[in-house]
Design a binder for this molecule. Structure first.
Ligand SMILES: [Zn+2]
Length: 223
């Protein structure tokens, strides 16, 4: 059997569409789910239940980054609290949510690939990447990592897949998602063009006063 990338993409799109508000940097812990999903750390779960932590070690003998337990129709997503890299932790959670939404019953190689594909579409929707590119954003691993708050490695992989398989044609649901993201895309591109204007010598003088005002505002606001 081959991974069903279309299904991963569609499931991630639908979950994003269910959200009241969109954010360029999707934080999995802030998402609302129509399924019963709880997120906790492996260590806290072990402490509460007395289940030994070693039950959550992977093949290499290290504690897993994350895993999902189903109990009486409730999905409990557990993550390793010692993971201090928030971007990596967010990806792990997106991956686990992928297993749930793709209704995986096993955790084989195919399911792993699909859960990663789901995570990549959830955190970086292809149609949003496409729109950013059309509106003049140079897509580099640095820009993608910073816009969507994912690691540089994840951004590099996402870009490689996007360039190889640009998700075209987009589904009706993806176009609907793009409409929800459009204000964020506009905001980002406007910000970028402002920054490039600031850097340009023609605008430097004209903007100097404004920048000074903004800096003062930034420095003193909230004191
Ligand atoms: Zn997995």
């Amino acid at each position: 059997m081959k991974p069903d990338f279309e299904r991963c993409r569609q499931a991630a799109t639908l979950l994003l569409l269910e959200q009241k508000e969109q954010h360029m940097a999707v934080q999995v812990r802030s998402l609302s789910f129509q399924k019963k999903i709880m997120i906790d750390s492996i260590q806290h779960f072990s402490h509460l239940t007395g289940a030994p932590v070693y039950q959550f070690t992977g093949r290499k003998g290290l504690l897993k980054d994350g895993c999902t337990i189903v109990y009486q129709g409730i999905y409990l997503v557990l993550y390793n609290v010692s993971e201090i890299n928030q971007q990596r932790l967010n990806w792990t959670l997106a991956h686990e949510i992928g297993h749930i939404y793709l209704e995986h019953q096993t955790d084989g190689a195919l399911q792993e690939v699909e859960a990663h594909a789901f995570a990549s579409h959830l955190l970086v929707p292809g149609i949003v990447l496409n729109a950013l590119q059309n509106e003049g954003t140079a897509l580099t691993k640095e820009s993608v990592s910073s816009i969507f708050s994912i690691s540089l490695t994840a951004a590099e992989k996402r870009l490689a897949t996007f360039q190889k398989r640009p998700d075209i044609p987009f589904s009706e649901e993806e176009r609907q998602l793009l409409r929800a993201y459009q204000p964020l895309i506009d905001q980002y591109t406007e910000q970028q063009s402002f920054c490039s204007k600031v850097d340009s010598p023609i605008y430097a003088e004209e903007n100097a006063a404004m920048i000074e005002k903004m800096t003062l505002h930034w420095l003193y606001d909230g004191i």
